[in-house]
Design a protein around this ligand. Structure first.
Ligand code: SAM
Length: 289
């Protein structure tokens, strides 16, 4: 452990050696605590049967632990300045590939084909750049990558929203979007002190286990997600009001009432009280035949 990259001393040593300066715009907050890394590895369920994809290896703190515990690691890093640093810090590991690409633009499936054996179980593990957490996760999920789980360190407030249950303050369209694809769980809350430099927000490790099939059947996925968003457009308003606003150009008040009735949902309820099944019924009832 005292040789690990993820210590304050070692991290400062690497910073000095390369004259590296953090880019805030790339969400560069590096982990300097091996205990947290081991916790992430445990939550992700990484062992020698598993291969890992990492997003944003930074100086290699998590990459190193993934290399130790998994069979192979492929890490996508956008910042070219980090490539020679990673080659140095991770030189004693032979099971790591660094891909110098933006994860939002990379052809992840082809990279997986190139580096992983067919049938290999793959998990995604990352300490994500916080400025693009949601786009990264939604992209990964919508691409339907052949991975079994995604374990990420993200801003606590966002993790809470992604894993939220109905009738809670954090519950919203993001909860539905994430839980349509995964079983979501906030595994552990993490203090700011384990990062260098420290971020302004608290963090959590979120574990997403991918579903084999969606939990509900909807006629049209994009219509479903848009309707869910509309139901939360004004949180304090009733479903009836939010829906009337959303469909103001296409449906009369009477039509909205009859579609609510068809779905078996009381229009005086608020979006935050509906579970995934009820949103699916609602979307299927409102979907233009
Ligand atoms: N994994 C390292 C650690 O835990 O110490 C670094 C984590 S840091 C929060 C986020 C990393 O993601 C940085 O290295 C940053 O350069 C990288 N990054 C930011 N945007 C990216 C993108 N679009 N694609 C790939 N990597 C990105």
């Amino acid at each position: 452990n005292n040789k690990a990259i993820a210590t304050p001393t070692k991290t400062k040593e690497i910073l000095n050696k390369y004259g590296f300066s953090f880019k805030k715009s790339l969400g560069q907050n590096f982990l300097i605590d091996v205990n947290i890394l081991e916790k992430i590895i445990e939550v992700a369920g990484i062992d020698k049967e598993i291969a890992a994809i990492e997003i944003g290896p930074g100086m290699g703190a998590l990459t190193e632990q993934l290399a130790i515990h998994s069979s192979k690691v492929v890490a996508f890093e956008i910042d070219q300045r980090l490539v020679p640093i990673l080659e140095d810090t991770l030189q004693s590991y032979t099971n790591i590939e660094i891909v110098n690409e933006d994860i939002l633009k990379a052809d992840i499936k082809s990279v997986m084909k190139k580096f992983f054996k067919e049938g290999q179980e793959v998990k995604i593990v990352a300490n994500l750049p916080y400025y693009i957490t949601t786009p990264i996760l939604m992209n990964l999920l919508m691409e339907q990558l052949p991975v079994s789980s995604i374990t990420v360190m993200i801003q606590k407030e966002v993790a809470d929203r992604m894993a939220a249950e109905p009738n809670t303050k954090s519950y919203g369209s993001l909860s539905i979007a994430i839980q349509y694809y995964t079983h979501a769980k906030v595994a552990v809350n993490v203090p700011k002190t384990v990062f260098m430099p420290q971020p302004n927000v608290d963090s959590s490790v979120l574990h997403l286990s991918l579903r084999e099939t969606p939990p509900v059947t909807v006629k049209d996925e994009s219509f479903f997600f848009t309707l869910v968003q509309a139901c939360f457009a004004q949180r304090r308003k009733t479903l009836r009001n939010n829906l009337a606003r959303h469909f103001s150009d296409t449906l009369t008040k009477e039509q909205i009432e009859s579609k609510l009735q068809l779905a078996g949902i009381d229009g005086t309820r608020r979006g935050e009280s509906l579970n995934m099944n009820e949103f699916a019924d609602l979307a299927n009832s409102f979907y233009p035949a």
